[in-house]
Ligand binder design. Structure first.
Ligand SMILES: O=C(O)c1cc(=O)[nH]c(=O)n1[C@@H]1O[C@H](COP(=O)(O)O)[C@@H](O)[C@H]1O
Length: 239
């Protein structure tokens, strides 16, 4: 796989104008893999996403579906019409919900079916928050690996997890079960609201397949320079 495709830029913007301004930095260059979350999607809608797909972007549509199995299946059917590459569901929705999502993705595929990524524990969650606030006992690692196993058995294509857990997830599932890792911060960058953070090098060395990176690129004085620096770092880590 093209190493550039391993960095997914989170387009966390409030409107098309700002999202397109960021993308304009890549004019004349190879199109990056982009993530459209609900902040942008709820404003720009499916047509904007279809257009970007037609222009040649790989797209991760991060809508984090979490509902009863039938509702999630119907949502996946609608989303499949957009031709996006990745879609998130919450692993905490359970086996039946994820099985229904997979079945719907297969049934409604137009060409390549959408890859389903199950969110394990958000990278903004730390140990005290998991135990005391959310009320799940045990370690974060146990919780994340449990969700990963469940997602694997239910037919998801991979999980969203911290780079800290990527290696372990491969061990308890399969080497081709995708570990897609947000919460990535180049050394010295502000971690902001993220808790389980790793550097690009650590994420790759731990076995991450894709790194989801937002603010370290989008808020950099030169987004392309920041992107290229991370790319150079992960190329190095690959050796
Ligand atoms: O599903 C996600 O993409 C996601 C899951 C998670 O556990 N943590 C997480 O940060 N994300 C997303 O990854 C991106 C991270 O952005 P930055 O913190 O700006 O790099 C955001 O768009 C989050 O919504």
């Amino acid at each position: 796989m093209d190493i550039r495709k391993r960095i997914i830029i989170a387009l966390d913007y409030p409107n098309a104008r700002e999202a397109e301004a960021l993308l304009s930095h890549w004019e004349g260059k190879e199109k990056p893999f982009i993530k459209v979350g609900y902040q942008l999607f709820y404003r720009v809608g499916p047509e904007w996403v279809i257009k970007r797909k037609e222009e040649g972007y790989s797209i991760f549509l991060d809508l984090k579906l979490h509902d009863i199995p039938n509702t999630v299946a119907k949502g996946v059917e609608s989303i499949s019409q957009l031709g996006v590459d990745f879609l998130t569901v919450h692993a905490s929705g359970g086996r039946k919900m994820m099985e229904a999502a997979r079945e719907a993705a297969e049934k409604s595929a137009r060409g390549q079916r959408v890859q389903l990524l199950a969110v394990t524990q958000l990278t903004s969650t730390d140990q005290p928050m998991l135990n005391e606030e959310i009320g799940i006992p045990g370690s974060i690692t146990d919780c994340v690996t449990r969700y990963a196993r469940l997602a694997y058995q239910a037919g998801a294509d991979g999980v969203i997890c911290s780079g800290q857990e990527a290696g372990l997830i491969k061990q308890v599932t399969a080497s081709d079960f995708l570990a897609v890792t947000p919460g990535v911060r180049p050394l010295g960058d502000d971690v902001q609201d993220q808790k389980r953070v790793v550097t690009p090098t650590q994420a790759i060395k731990n076995g991450a397949d894709y790194l989801v990176i937002g603010r370290p690129i989008t808020q950099a004085p030169s987004p392309v320079k920041a992107y290229e620096a991370i790319l150079a770092e992960i190329k190095q880590a690959w050796r």
